[in-house]
Design a protein around this ligand. Structure first.
Ligand SMILES: C[S@@+](CC[C@H](N)C(=O)[O-])C[C@H]1O[C@@H](n2cnc3c(N)ncnc32)[C@H](O)[C@@H]1O
Length: 256
């Protein structure tokens, strides 16, 4: 279960990769734009602002996220639908497909992005971004703890997020005649404030499936274990807590 409010904390840090991804999309007057895994929809409406006149569709499998999107101020040309991005079929060849910070949750995402690229209209764009932080402490500690004897039996049902490919991997996967691929990575060094900010960040995303399968007492114990290790990996400094976060970006342009 997603919590739009918890996810919305650190909104500036989380939305920056979306804008940096979109900066590499050269579409001028797209007619049909989809935001696949749109979350609470606040970034979907930015697509409509950039391309007024486009039909913009946001799709997400979380009822909580779609409810948050629908309860925000309606924006001309934007609609939202509940659904799994793997089942989504475009009404016609899309001009722009965007998927920001979603595919790390989707099994088989490499096949999916190949399919999406193949569905693009001539001249269309596919842009996606995934966290590439699988090896960074916030994720590594989570996996280590989840595999520890105390927690493993309780977390069998918890689906942890997956690893992204490298920029080279996506360029290799999607580069072929008729397509231009632009793939890169960035490590943001976020400076977070407040108590346990890395735990608070991860609670909005990767910790969610773990906490969802534990009762309150066990969830508190897991958070205490996780927090202790995370505080050691990301010690607070007088100016804040440094939280390096690697992300992988891919933009595909269908030429002709
Ligand atoms: C980290 S949020 C990103 C939301 C938004 N794209 C953004 O950049 O703020 C991940 C979103 O992906 C959605 N999601 C995960 N797997 C999905 C799937 N298979 N189909 C549709 N949405 C999915 C979640 O419900 C969640 O809203």
């Amino acid at each position: 279960m997603w919590d739009a409010v918890q996810y919305g904390r650190y909104g500036d840090e989380r939305s920056r990769p979306f804008f940096e991804l979109l900066a590499r999309v050269g579409a001028e007057k797209p007619g049909y734009v989809a935001d696949l895994g749109c979350g609470p929809g606040n970034l979907t409406v930015r697509l409509a602002e950039r391309w007024p006149g486009a039909e913009v569709v946001g799709v997400d499998s979380s009822p909580q996220m779609i409810e948050a999107a629908l309860s925000a101020q309606p924006s001309a040309g934007v609609s939202f639908a509940l659904g799994d991005v793997r089942d989504w079929r475009p009404a016609r060849p899309p001009d722009v497909l965007v998927s920001n910070a979603v595919l790390q949750w989707v099994p088989g995402h490499r096949d999916l992005v190949v399919r999406w690229a193949g569905q693009l209209a001539a001249g269309g764009w596919l842009a996606f971004q995934l966290p590439g932080n699988f090896g960074q402490p916030s994720q590594a500690i989570l996996r280590e703890l989840a595999a520890a004897p105390r927690w493993r039996p309780l977390l069998r049902e918890a689906e942890l997020n997956r690893q992204s490919d490298s920029p080279e991997g996506y360029a290799e996967l999607l580069g072929r005649p008729g397509f231009e691929v632009d793939a890169w990575e960035t490590t943001y060094v976020h400076v977070l404030h407040g108590a346990d900010p890395v735990v608070e960040w991860v609670k909005g995303t990767a910790l969610r499936p773990v906490l969802a399968v534990l009762d309150d007492e066990r969830a508190a114990a897991f958070l205490a274990d996780y927090g202790e290790r995370v505080r050691a990996a990301y010690p607070p400094r007088p100016f804040g807590t440094l939280f390096p976060f690697r992300r992988v970006f891919t933009v595909v342009h269908r030429i002709g």
